[in-house]
Structure formats: C-alpha cells, structure tokens
Design a protein around this ligand. Sequence first.
Ligand code: CTP
Length: 396
Amino acid sequence: MAEKRILLIVGGGIAAYKSLELTRLLRKAGVAVRPILTKAGAEFVTPLSLSALAEDKVYSQLFSLTDEAEMGHIELSRSADLVVVAPATADLMAKAAQGLASDLASTTLLATDKAVLMAPAMNVRMWEHAATRRNLAILRADGVTFVGPDEGAMACGEYGPGRMAEPPAIFEAIMAMLGGTARPLAGKRALVTAGPTVEAIDPVRMLTNRSSGKQGYAIASSLAALGAEVTLVSGPTALPAPAGVKRVDVESARDMLAACEAALPADVAVCVAAVADWRPADASAGKIKKTGKAAEPIALVENPDILASLSKGARRPRLVIGFAAETNDLEAHAKAKLARKGCDWIVANDVSIAGTMGGDQNAVALVSADGIERWERMAKGEVARRLAERIAAQFA
Ligand code: CTP
C-alpha cells in the first residue's frame, strides 16, 4: 500500500469529523492522503487537524497562487490513485452530477481521470429528495462508487438514511477499490448469517430480539474485501447491504435455514445471527383478539439450530464458525457450545459489557480446539477484519 495515494475531499457536514478518523486509518495502512477541504468543510474540522493527521498540506482554494504554483488543480486531481469524497454533501453531489466547477472540490471532481468513491452524509429528507435521487442516479451512471449512507439517528434529531458510513466501512471500500488488499479469499464462497429472526405470533405480533446485525454485516464486508464471494442471510435490520455482498432477506429461523441451505456449497460459514431459540407452536392465521379473560399462554417450540445443521450436514463448509453471547463464564460456555454445535471456532462475546449489544464495540475471544485467544476490546469493524484475516490464513 505504501505507494498508494488518496485525494480526500472533505465536504461541509457534521460527519466531517469522521474523515479525521478515516485519514488516521489510511495513514496507519501506509496510504498517502492529500486533503482538499471545502469552505463549508472548514466550518466543521480545522485545516490544522486534517493536515496533521494526513501529514500533508491541505488544499482549499481554487485561485490560490501558492497552491497553483505548487501543484495546479488539474495535476492535483490526477495526483492520486483514487478520489474519495467524505462527507459527500447534497451540494457536492449536485455539483458533481451537473459538472459544475465552482470551487476547488468540484473542479477537481470534474478534472479527475481517476475512480471516485463518495460517502454521502446529509439530512434524511435531503437524501430522499427527488433532486438527490436524480443526482445519485447520474453519478452512478458516470461510474461513481458509493459507500453508505447508513440509517440511524442523525445529528439534526431525525432518523433515517443519511448518516455517513463509519470510517472502517469507508476504509474497507477504499482498500477494495485500490485493489491493495491482497485477495486471499478469491474463489472462496462464504455464507454469513446476521441480525435477529422474527417469529410470527399472529399477522401483527412477533417474537424477536435486539440484535442490530452490525457485527455480522461487518464480517460479510471484510470477507468480501478479501475477495470471497459472500452470501449474507439476514433477518430484518436497519443496515444497508455491504458493497459486493449478496444479501438474502429472511424473517423466521426456518426461512434462514432454508436460505442458508440454498447458499451451499460454501467454503466457510459464519453464523452471527441471533436466531430466536423458540417460535410460537401455531402462528395464528388471524389477529388474536382480546376476550376479556386471561390470555391463553403461547406455546413455544424449538427452532432448528442453523449453526449445528451446517456443522453436521452432508455439505458441511470446511470451516464453520459460531458466535456465543455470554454474560458469565465466557470460556467454559464457549467450549461447551463448540462441542455441542460441532463447529470449528466460536467467537465468544461478552454481552455483559454495557454497549456491546447494538453498540459499535465488541470484546471477543476466539475459542477453538487449540484453546482460547482473547482479543482486546475494539470496533466491530476491526473484529470483523481480524476474523476475516484469520479465516484467510486457514485457507492459505
Ligand atoms: N444459532 C443458530 N441457530 C439457532 C440458534 C443459534 O445458528 N437456532 C447460532 C448463532 O448464530 C450463534 C450460535 O448459534 O452462532 C449461538 O448459539 P446459541 O446456543 O443460540 O447461543 P446462546 O443463545 O448464547 O446459547 P445459550 O442460550 O445456550 O446460552
């Protein structure tokens, strides 16, 4: 990666602070970062922070004599292997879609002959506005690649798609586009389950759980970044499908099992989904009505165990990995689960730590027949990257 260069355009949005973290990740990976900070971007992050992290000068003026003397804007637009716009505001997207050249950022986008990756960030209504939809379609047709936006609570207090993708996800998309990541899993098929399952009680009620799907989606993304052909079988989540991953949406555990079986053969299966252990024995065809008397208890039956079925099935993937959410005796429970499920590794996570469920951090231990390896607490994206690397090493 040492010789790879990114031209990073930082637009004006509250998400601009995440571009500092993105810069840090890129530098850590040995990628050179040359920043362009728009006038609006400079309202959110300072040129000094960006310059210090990028270890390069920050460019911001189109008609700056010193900038032009050092490097003309045409040369600037071609000085990198990839142009990344993060945050890509509605304004920057509109300018790029229309081919405007009214400032350094838009001029660079018009003048570049390199691939462009955009990480949009804007208010949900702006993202959903017909004008932005049009601009998105134009930019896609022009060959621009997009990462995100994510769905979630926004700084403006609204909820929905529009949040900039997290720095590790943008980093991964960049690495995939630079082709810099070795692709040790090229030609390998991976199956990942993620999210909760939903078990119907009647047409309007259900049994489910609080799984966000974040860890499973991150793993699917990391495996794809290493070149694997990934099928992500997912229960309902608020997450967009990771780039380069085939997502199959399911609701119940039985649907999830059927979708997993349909995705075989696979070289590796990673079961991250929080599958409901039970489902109502008889989902009612009609809505269950109040009767004024005590409600009938809902009889539950056990769901199929997808991890165990894959581990013990005739078409067993060479490597089967399960997750175990534990609140106590992490190691003992994980070892017992390894034996019971018949899988090769268990990634045990300590959900007693506040903020793990639904949060962005995870403290895990990798348990196999060889023993237990504790990983320090890290971002879920980082857990995913490390796990994908371990999987690749297994196939080396
Ligand atoms: N799993 C599965 N199908 C199920 C249940 C679980 O594939 N019906 C998988 C999960 O995706 C995860 C692992 O099995 O990889 C978790 O096992 P499970 O026994 O459900 O874990 P816990 O709920 O933590 O178990 P326990 O209730 O025994 O603590």
